[in-house]
Design a protein around this ligand. Structure first.
Ligand code: GDP
Length: 431
């Protein structure tokens, strides 16, 4: 493994949590490198079913050093809730650390996020449209970060500096809140919150750089945990229906503080069909019974928000695009078992746009206009949930997976056939 990036190859919810949970058994360090508590990674293991919003999925292994990396944005109250729930179930949280360069989500970020989403919804039809944000303050906190108006986790350690930052920044934030008719915050209120956070988290705040550098130099096995998927990338996703960071292998280097040349493996996590939650174009979306089947059998409802996910056929164009942008060295195909009930499967291999067929994902506006070009594959109508080797998979499932592999241009390393830790097939590397 030594340094392996695990990223979502679609629009998020691919099953990264379960893949990281599996790989973390043999890892020394797991670093979450971007995003905040706006999505959940589901892990089903001996401790039960968990949805981790922020805490890295390596937390279940006491030998793993879990780091919330510099590229993340952190609501420490969410971390508290997750830590308390884990501790109550007997999971040690002593192995959780937070990089001092990560940015803090303050209550005003959440309020501004929700108020702006509401404003866009109200303006729908008049040039506006809801973005589908989760209202966790992610857009506003990354906007502040890039406008040099953020407050970082490490700032909590210096109460005088924190107060000065709040005095400088709060008048502007309060004007924004007033624009939405929301009540202002006082410096006292937020300084008190900062003091509480310092008391609770002071000992977990570290400079991740020397720790990560020494781990990588020492050949330790490091896993980089991405959130969401390339379809939500700030540059390459369906902007503006994206997140505010880069859930890619490139984003991993930046957010974890690891140089690109130190990355050994890039594992793309790929659902055996497509889902997308929130707004924006989704070329292979199904609006018929088959879409409902995928949603119901796949239990496609958001881990954080419970929002129903839009469902569609596998999109080979999007996978090729994800593979190019991330440089996949392998893929993990998840939720194959959900397809056990389909007589035939459609697989998108191109986007028809006017007289041409594109083999890449175009910009958002054009993406809304493309027509998928499909191949039809036979289903297998066999229960795969008990399969534990490639050979046990029905031939039609093997053929479908091989086509996905071809479109991804990277070998399949894992296939999952159920949410449990054991429901995974490790694939031999073929020469
Ligand atoms: P993540 O954010 O990428 O980790 O994905 P989510 O946690 O949002 O969603 C994945 C969902 O699929 C979770 O409910 C998982 O328990 C479930 N899941 C993961 N792998 C499989 C699988 O192979 N089969 C089935 N049926 N469910 C799976």
């Amino acid at each position: 493994m030594p340094v392996t990036v695990v990223v979502g190859a679609q629009w998020g919810d691919e099953g990264k949590g379960r893949v990281i949970d599996y790989l973390a058994a043999r890892a020394d360090m797991v670093i979450r490198f971007q995003g905040g508590d706006n999505a959940g990674h589901t892990v089903v293991n001996d401790y039960g079913r968990w949805v981790l919003h922020l805490i890295p999925c390596g937390i279940f292994y006491p030998h793993v050093y879990n780091l919330l990396g510099a590229g993340t944005v952190i609501n420490l109250d969410t971390v508290s809730e997750e830590m308390a729930a884990l501790a109550a179930a007997g999971v040690s949280v002593d192995n959780l650390w937070i990089d001092r360069r990560a940015h803090l989500i303050w209550p005003y970020h959440r309020l501004l996020d929700g108020a702006e989403e509401d404003r866009r919804k109200r303006a729908a039809g008049a040039g506006g449209e809801a973005m589908g944000t989760t209202r966790r303050g992610i857009g506003p906190v990354y906007a502040d970060k890039h406008a040099y108006s953020g407050i970082r986790v490490g700032d909590l350690l210096y109460p005088d500096l924190l107060r000065q930052r709040l005095e400088l920044l709060l008048p502007i934030k309060n004007r924004e809140l007033a624009f939405y008719g929301l009540k202002p915050f006082t410096v006292e209120q937020l300084a008190a919150l900062g003091a509480r956070w310092r008391e609770e988290y002071g000992i977990r705040i570290v400079d991740g750089l020397p720790v990560v550098r020494d781990a990588v130099r020492g050949g330790k096995r490091v896993l980089l945990e991405g959130q969401l998927g390339i379809g939500r990338d700030i540059n390459w996703g369906i902007y503006p229906y994206t997140t505010a960071s880069s859930p890619t292998a490139g984003g991993a280097c930046e957010g974890a503080g690891i140089p690109p040349r130190a990355i050994d493996q890039v594992l793309g996590v790929v659902k055996a069909y497509s889902t997308s939650v929130g707004g924006g174009p989704f070329p292979t979306e199904l609006h018929d019974d088959q879409g409902v089947m995928l949603q119901e059998i796949g239990r496609e409802f958001g881990a954080t928000t419970r929002r129903p996910r839009r469902c569609g056929w596998f999109d080979g164009v999007a996978i090729g695009y994800a593979s190019w942008l991330n440089g996949f060295t392998g893929i993990a195909v998840t939720k194959l078992d959900v397809l056990d009930h389909f007589v035939t499967l459609e697989l998108c291999t191109g986007y028809r746009l006017g007289a041409t067929v594109l083999d890449y994902v175009p910009d958002t506006m054009l993406q809304g206009q493309v027509e998928p070009v499909y191949e039809t594959w036979p289903g297998w109508l066999t229960d795969t949930s008990g399969c534990r080797t490639w050979q046990e998979l029905p031939p039609a499932a093997q053929a479908y997976l091989r086509r996905i592999e071809e479109l991804a241009g990277a070998p399949i390393r894992f296939v999952s056939v159920g949410p449990e830790r054991s429901q995974i097939i490790v694939c031999e590397v073929r020469s």
